[in-house]
Each structure stands twice: as structure tokens, then as C-alpha cells.
Write a protein that binds this ligand. Structure first.
Ligand code: UT7
Length: 335
């Protein structure tokens, strides 16, 4: 049986830095609140007039990942694109990548699993490679949040958290089963869908109805999050997913060399770090610079950790995420 391993990583974030202080000029918030509650110091937001979108940023990250993999766009057999902020309501961003990178007419699949999007996407790519169907799969996570946030005091509990950016990985076939993606575990609990949601427009309340209502107080276009409820579930689900991944591989927590958690909140990462008895340098965090980039967060963090030389050949790397859906999961990789 084949296995899959990551041979190329890339990331792209917009140049435009928005600090907590910048936000305090447009809404009633402050640097101390944001840093104490989330750890975030700044985030990147696409500037008005920029060409960047989720697909465009994804394409930029993908070009880097493909080049670092030592491949060309013609070597890629399949695209998996994770985002909650696609350029179009439909079609998904995957097909835009096929076009933007001038690839042959390969298949392209969009994954809609929000903060767990990249975990789900890597698992999909891994299965296609393990079965022998594809050799090289391009996996992208990208988000353009800033275009859809309520940047007034009304939306502050959500809008200060989210940032824009993209990351990409190239997975390839290997016959060395001791290396690469050892396992992935995926979960969902849909009864909590409305605890972290963008409700409108949707198929129950289609666009003409919203336009007709013309209600200036309609905030259903903006993300809603029941913050404390989500936080409580996140800390327990993160831990469960990591334990499940370790147990499936007969590994103890001491085997972890690097944990890359979804960057939802620095407090969540620190809780998980303590729970697993990991040192600070064994848990990679960059939420301080980028905020929460949902489906892009794990792949941006993984790419940065690798770029900084923090992931070495033979390391046990654990990816874990939790978010809207609820969805959560983990991926265990022998680098
Ligand atoms: O990525 C997907 C998964 N997401 C998560 O896992 C996120 C989980 N949740 C969280 O990280 C936290 O719940 C938040 C960071 C979102 C919020 O922190 P919190 O400690 O739960 O704050 P809170 O929502 O309970 O709000 C506390 C107070 C409220 O004021 P009162 O009612 O105590 O007077 C809010 O109105 O803070 C106020 N507040 C703000 N103040 C300044 C809310 N947002 C802000 C803000 N600036 N941006």
C-alpha cells in the first residue's frame, strides 16, 4: 500500500498589517482586551482595491509549494481547496486554481469545513494517494475574512479575531510506510451548527427575500460566534483528537515533536500545551501575527514552522483543529 508525504509547503499573506490599535480607531476595543483574551497583536487584511481573494492568495501559496516540491503544475493530479470564504457562492475556489495555474483539466474539490478545513482536506488528499488513484495532490487552505466582517463595535467580538491569508501543501506518493501521513481522524457534531455560523443568505432565506426586506439591522451576513460555548468545546475536542491520533499509532504524548494547532486562540493552544506536558517550543503559534485564518491557519503555521527550521526529518508532527460545524480532527505525520 502507498503512503502520502508532504514534499512542498507555501504560504501567502496580504502585506496590509492591521494592529489592535488600528482596530481601536474604528470600534470600541483595545489592545489589552484583544491580547489578554486571544493573544492576537495584529492580523493581515486585504486592502481595498487589491487583486487578492481566497483563490488568488491560494494560487500564490500553491505556486511556492509546487516549486519547493520540485514539481511543475503539470505534475499535479488533483486539487483540494478548503475555505469558508470562496470567491463565488458557487463554483468553489478549486476550479479557479486549475485555471489560474493553467493546469490540465484535473479534478478540483472544495472542502467546506471551516477551521478544520485543512485537516479534512489533507485527509482527502491522503486517501486518494493511499488508494493509488493519484500521485501528487495539491492541498490549499485560504480565507478572505476581512471583506465579510462587521467592523463596528456591534461585531467586535468576532471581527478582531479573524485575518486573511493562504497556505498550500503538495502531497506525493511514497512507498515508505514509516513516513508521511500516519493517520487522520475527523469528527463533526452538527447540532452546534448555529453556535458559529454565517446564517444569511442561505437556501431557506434566498437573496430576493433579503433584498426585499432591506433591513439595515440584518446582521445575518456576518459571522456569529457563541464565544465561551465554542471555547469550552474547543479545549476538550482538541485534546480528544490528539489522543485519538496518538492511540491509533500506539504512541504516547512524549513522542510528539511538534504540535501545530489551529490558531483559534492562544489560550486554547496554551491549555493543550499544558495538558500534554509539551514545552513552549513544541507547540507552534503564530496567531499573534495573523489572527485566526480558519482553513488557512494550520497550513500557514505548518509552513512557517518548517521555514523556521522547527520541523526536521523524522519528527512526529501532529496537526489538530476545531471549529464551526462543529467539526474537528487531527492528522499525525512522520516527517
Ligand atoms: O476558530 C474556531 C473556533 N473558535 C474558537 O475556538 C474561539 C473560542 N472563543 C474565544 O476565543 C473567546 O470566547 C473570545 C476571544 C471570542 C471572546 O473572549 P471571552 O473571554 O469569551 O469574552 P466574552 O465574549 O465573554 O466577552 C467579555 C466582555 C463582554 O463585555 P461584558 O458583557 O462583560 O461587559 C464583551 O462585550 O468583553 C466584551 N468584548 C469586547 N471588549 C473589547 C467583546 N469583544 C470585545 C472587544 N473589545 N473586541
Amino acid at each position: 500500500m502507498y503512503n502520502s508525504r508532504i514534499i512542498g509547503l507555501g504560504k501567502y499573506v496580504p502585506d496590509h498589517v492591521v494592529t489592535n490599535h488600528d482596530l481601536s480607531k474604528i470600534m470600541d476595543t483595545n489592545d489589552a482586551w484583544i491580547q489578554e483574551r486571544t493573544g492576537i497583536k495584529e492580523r493581515r487584511w486585504i486592502e481595498k482595491g487589491s487583486e487578492d481573494t481566497s483563490a488568488v492568495m491560494g494560487a500564490k501559496a500553491a505556486r511556492i509549494a509546487i516549486e519547493r516540491a520540485g514539481l511543475t503544475k503539470d505534475d499535479i493530479d488533483f486539487i483540494v481547496f478548503a475555505t469558508l470564504s470562496p470567491d463565488y457562492y458557487f463554483p468553489g475556489c478549486g476550479v479557479q486554481i486549475q485555471d489560474m495555474l493553467e493546469m490540465p483539466t484535473i479534478g478540483a474539490l472544495d472542502v467546506r469545513n471551516q477551521c478544520s478545513g485543512f485537516i479534512y482536506a489533507i485527509s482527502v488528499a491522503d486517501q486518494f494517494i493511499k488508494t493509488g488513484m493519484y500521485k501528487n495532490v495539491l492541498v490549499i487552505g485560504a480565507e478572505y475574512h476581512s471583506g465579510g466582517l462587521d467592523k463596528t463595535t456591534r461585531g467586535r467580538s468576532v471581527s478582531v479575531i479573524f485575518g486573511d491569508g493562504a497556505g498550500a501543501a503538495v502531497l506525493t506518493r511514497t512507498e515508505d510506510n514509516a513516513k508521511g501521513v500516519l493517520s487522520s481522524h475527523l469528527h463533526s457534531e452538527g447540532k452546534h451548527a448555529e453556535e458559529l455560523v454565517v446564517d444569511g443568505p442561505n437556501i431557506k432565506r434566498w437573496v430576493p427575500e433579503i433584498l426585499e426586506a432591506n433591513d439595515p439591522d440584518d446582521i445575518s451576513y456576518y459571522p456569529y460566534m457563541n464565544g465561551q460555548f465554542v471555547f469550552k468545546h474547543a479545549v476538550s475536542r482538541f485534546s480528544e483528537a490528539i489522543i485519538e491520533g496518538l492511540q491509533a499509532n500506539n504512541l504516547q504524548k512524549e513522542a510528539i515533536d511538534m504540535l501545530i494547532p489551529h490558531q483559534a486562540n492562544l489560550r486554547i493552544s496554551q491549555f493543550v500545551q499544558k495538558k500534554f506536558g509539551l514545552r513552549e517550543d513544541q507547540v507552534f503559534n503564530n496567531i499573534q501575527k495573523y489572527g485566526n485564518t480558519t482553513a488557512a491557519s494550520v497550513i500557514i503555521a505548518l509552513t512557517e514552522a518548517w521555514e523556521e527550521g522547527k520541523i526536521k526529518d523524522g519528527d512526529l508532527v501532529v496537526l489538530a483543529a476545531f471549529g464551526s460545524g462543529f467539526t474537528w480532527g487531527s492528522v499525525v505525520i512522520k516527517w
